[in-house]
Design a binder for this molecule. Sequence first.
Ligand SMILES: Cc1ncc(C[n+]2csc(CCOP(=O)(O)OP(=O)(O)O)c2C)c(N)n1
Length: 643
Amino acid sequence: MESKVKINVEEKPTCLLDSISSPKDLKSLSLTELKQLAGEIRKLIIETVAKNGGHLAPNLGVVELTLAIHRVFNSPNDKIIWDVGHQSYTHKILTGRRAQFSTLRTFGGLSGFPKRQESPHDIFDTGHSGNSISVGLGITAAKELKRETSKTIAVIGDGSMTAGQAFEGLNQAGHLNKDLIVVLNDNEMSISQNVGALSSFLSKRLTGKGFVQFKREMESFFKSIPGIGENLIQWAKKSEDSFTGFFTPGMLFAALHFDYLGPVRGHRLEELIATFENIRHIQAPVLVHVLTTKGKGYPPAEKNPSYFHGVGPFNSEAEDPTLKKPAEVPTYTEVFGDTLVALAKKDLRVVAISAAMPEGTGLNCFARQYPQRFFDVGIAEQHAVTFAAGLALEGLKPVVAIYSTFIQRAYDQVLQDVCLQNVPVIFALDRAGIVGEDGPTHQGLFDLSFLRPLPNLVIMVPKDERELRDMLYSALAYNRPVAIRYPRGAGIGVSLKGDARETIPLGEWEVLKEGEDLVVLAIGNTVYPAMEAAQRLTFEGKSASVINARFLKPLDEKLLVGIAGKYSQILTVEENMIQGGFGSAVMEKLHQLRCQGVRVRSLGIPDCFVEQGPSEIIRNFYGLDAEGIFKAMMEELHGASKS
Ligand SMILES: Cc1ncc(C[n+]2csc(CCOP(=O)(O)OP(=O)(O)O)c2C)c(N)n1
């Protein structure tokens, strides 16, 4: 009996992951064990994302790469920066967060992106593409000044490498000749197929038929030389890396003063580990080009990496997990896409621009129907905006569809290249407001505040999907810079039958309900909850007016003056920061118009970053749902609170 127990104790646990609590635990594992670990990690990621939603395909593609990096380098002393950060799940699992992994992306749970608050292994809170090289270089330069010698590794995808900032970082790193390792994770995909000249350049050498053919011909030629043929083949194989590297990506990165290594097969642990062991002592800029497969190890994701780039919960056992019942209510994104196709049919000047997100912004249908009038510029929001300005200068009607959070990248271009020129570019800002599980890097909560001061710009916010459609039609007619911001997810479910309204009078708000005791000025997706709250107020024997303030700019001055004359209390509601947003605009205008004796309370997001979680929970937390608005109304009417 006793000896049996001993044998069991000495046996390796079947679940290796149970024995990993920090990257140090990887150091003693054999190659076979590391491979087993890769399998266990994949299983855990698939199970968790199927339950919670998340970035499945990018994470499955970097399991071996992450294991190899953690095996060779010493995090957190060596700093690993994950560009975008949507591929950091294996890193999280290996750095002591395996037990919390089931809480991924939930309210109060683990973030789906690196988060400095979560772990010393998370060096930077990433979420927007293309900044990993810049921050890595900053860290390296600082370490040098402090006479510290640890390594810095920036891991960046080929999609994110299309961001201009990535090249700004490479350019300076090469110039400074700093000790920085850039790992280019090349899966030939952005969210969709990667685009642009750089992408074809990177992939040309790997898939180029000409090169493969050339290699075959050389091999048979060498073989035909008696005596020395085999030796020549061995020599040629050894020099293959430098030979191919010279002709393609190596040449590009060498010009930027980087040592180029690769391509390395990104699912071969032995190859990855050997490469990192070889370069860890080089004290100069090095770029390691790693080839991976997005979605690796889960066939539906390998087959459809775009769909599984970022997904909601799904049935991982289903034969085709992408098959879903069509939703009853279309999303704002779909309504935008369909409307633009209809507009493009009527008006040949309409062109559409996406910054690497044709699916996410609903432009894929437009791209299919009007391929000549559709431009995917890559992850290059700044370029997208100025490119649109150029198109507009020549009389076209460009519509730039970008998520609210990503237009932040192009603020100067919106200001300088569109508003100052006063050219008719339309910005369709999707995912504005609270976005949910992706958290603070993705919330679209700043746009109203940062767009509002820009001269010449019209800013519209629809209360529902039908109004979004009307606004797009109107925007074309206004013939000037226009931004329309709308939320993530399904519309309200209003009827889309009948023709679109061709022009909403510029700056005209809509009175939805008349009441006596106070007035609610609501904008965008807070309008319906405000109506619901006003309805509840009637049961308390009070009544409120509700205004759909569909224009942030210009404001409806006439209506506002009338309101200020009639009511002593105004409640403004918006899914945006309170600072500089819609409520601020109302207060400034009232002050400017010298409307005295009216108290304004603004509901919105206070001075903080909004964490991840289901949107309804977050709305409730910040008092932006019907319940919160009702509560604020009651407080105002009873004089309980002012802000
Ligand atoms: C500035 C910015 N624009 C757009 C996005 C949306 N986005 C997230 S991941 C991604 C594609 C990234 O491709 P790549 O870097 O190759 O990583 P992969 O998912 O292929 O591993 C895009 C466009 C973003 N995160 N940041």
